[in-house]
Ligand binder design. Structure first.
Ligand SMILES: [Zn+2]
Ligand SMILES: [Zn+2]
Length: 225
């Protein structure tokens, strides 16, 4: 009987190569990868610019919402990844299918690289995800604004949207070739390795669930050893 699969850097296991062939065969001809990549950043930049333009002059204490929202987002991302991307929960089965079934079958530890821009579709959220998330953040931002002041609400919304942009940029970077210049930015290679270990099929359900940070994996004891 064959032993457990041990990834070799650069080796694409046959079942991953087969999954990639199926994925490429199913890609719609109308798919525009660079338009898809631009969507979250253009839309996110517009939301943040709108929030900043409406600021009335936040006090220093109001700025506390920025790190607070960032840490809250790290926690939320960890939980979202564990409970919605790796568990099939109605009516959000699509999230599980896109992430656990598709994304994790196309990239495994040792074979993390995309082949071309057309593979963006297998990494990025759908183009409508960031506008939808920004809209979902609207009511809580309004509530935060009512309780702590309008500027705090606007900073809450801008930070949440910026977090999603960082998530998308980092996740895509982890799936670029290791020699890519973006991988040399401070801390990025370490996070890419963290994410690669999450792509080990034996670990993906419960370890290295943080994508933008290892903080919540450390706090929750889900760091891969
Ligand atoms: Zn990934
Ligand atoms: Zn995952």
């Amino acid at each position: 009987m064959a032993g457990p699969y041990e990834p070799q850097i650069g080796e694409v296991p046959p079942h991953v190569a087969a999954a990639r062939a199926r994925y490429h065969a199913g890609l719609p001809a109308s798919y525009r990868p660079w338009r898809h990549l631009a969507a979250p950043f253009v839309c996110g930049a517009a939301v943040i610019a709108g929030c900043v333009a409406c600021l009335e002059g936040p006090a220093l204490k109001d700025m506390v919402v920025v790190p607070a929202m960032w840490i809250f987002s790290i926690a939320l991302e960890w939980r979202f990844h564990r409970d919605l991307l790796h568990r099939r929960v109605a009516p959000l089965q699509l999230l599980y299918d896109k992430h656990t079934v598709s994304h994790h079958s196309l990239y495994v530890d040792g074979a993390m690289e995309i082949g071309s821009a057309r593979d963006f579709r297998s990494i990025l959220f759908p183009w409508w995800a960031l506008p939808a998330l920004a809209a979902a953040l609207g009511p809580p931002a309004l509530l935060v604004g009512l309780v702590f002041g309008g500027d705090v609400g606007r900073l809450f919304l801008a930070t949440g949207v910026f977090y999603v942009m960082v998530y998308e940029a980092l996740h895509l970077t982890y799936h670029l070739r290791p020699s890519h210049p973006l991988r040399r930015l401070p801390g990025v290679e370490r996070l890419a390795q963290h994410h690669a270990r999450h792509h080990d099929p034996r670990r993906m359900q419960r370890e290295n669930l943080g994508v933008t940070s290892t903080l919540w994996d450390r706090l929750r004891g889900t760091m891969a050893r």
